[in-house]
Ligand binder design. Sequence first.
Ligand SMILES: [Zn+2]
Length: 464
Amino acid sequence: MSTSTSTRSALTFLGAAGTVTGSKFLVETDGARLLIDCGLFQGPRQWRRRNWDPPAVEPSSLDAVVLTHAHLDHCGYLPLLVRHGFTGPVVCSPGTAALAAIVLRDAAHLEELEAEYARRDGYSKHSPALPLFDTADAERAITLLHPHTGDDPVPLPGGANVSLHPSAHILGSTFAVLDAGGVRTLFTGDMGRPVHPLLTPPAPAVETDVVVTESTYGARSHAANGRNVLAAAITATARRGGVCLLPAFAVDRTPSLMMILNELMQTGAIPSLPVHVDSPMALRALEVYRRAAAAHDPQLRPEVTAEVLSRVHLDAARGDSERLNRPSGPCVVISASGMATGGRVLHHLAAQLPDPRNTVLLTGYQVPGTRGAALADGAHQVKIHGEYVPVRAQVVVVDGFSAHADAEELIAWFATVRPPRAAYVVHGEPDSAATFAARLGAELGWNAVVPAYREKVALRARER
Ligand SMILES: [Zn+2]
């Protein structure tokens, strides 16, 4: 690597700057234009509106996209990129390809439903109401997925290459090491944890010239007693004869919770209760985990078997879902979405929130502005399907089950490599990103900054 070839290389932050969603990082060199992650903005309206802006980079000018993992905020913009002319390869792991296909189809379906409701109820600003993208866009995007097994470098146009390394965040999740224009850059994607209930620990950090790191929990430490809090809340709810409702991301969080609940029942920490998974997408994603378990995928812990991932009542049909709104006795219901922004969990919340015997357990990160965040903050009512629903159920925030590394875990992971020339702290609320950048500087001596949305920086190699 020489510094002379790198002077014209640049990195532009097209998302996950000032927010935790919309990850998109454009790398431009003399020979190539590459996009690392291609995520949708989610959460508050001022961010979601940006999904409708014209693409910040001409999609047909991109040579390739690299995906770190299959969460919508990292892959959900792909159908739009394809709609606007992108035809290149999308490099990712096999697990990401399998889960991204499920996630993109589901997102397209929800977009179409949403547009249909808006047309019917006349509340759209577009006339007629339009989906952000449709099933045809998603299907075309899926045909571009190029799954690559292992962590050896994958050649990209312009002499660049990328290698993908397990990051223990969800099945198939990776951090990416990109060699482009003579500069080596590490993109963490979403960094997982050494203690994930399903996944083996992340691969060691790789020494690079530049680091682009997430900072979702950059200002926080995960509690160690999450299991006790969860067990106590479930046991108390069962004694009251109530229902435990767990809003959960369909991908990863649902099988993780199933694994944890299974262990708590086996050890007698909670009573044996029926567990219902009410999310068609969660069941499709669960099937990917089961197949990986059956194939002894090294990313899964050995105790994660297809059999363990099958001990639930699977409720895919709408009739099942409606019956679950009036369960006959104590049970656990897991339903998407994880931040209660949409999906079947809204029907469950509307049915369960008014009854003080019930408990809503929030186990994941809640983006400010979502219903999940309102519940976590102690809201007395939440608006669901146009109506205010009183919150009389217990709402318990269970910390410690995050699939994101916390600040200590990230610092420990980075401490094993020499400081890069520059580190960019992204994918965090402004406070988390700023706190984490300061810690990288103070504790590891890194030149770490928080870039602005759409800011462009030079990519340069470290002095050698
Ligand atoms: Zn993620």
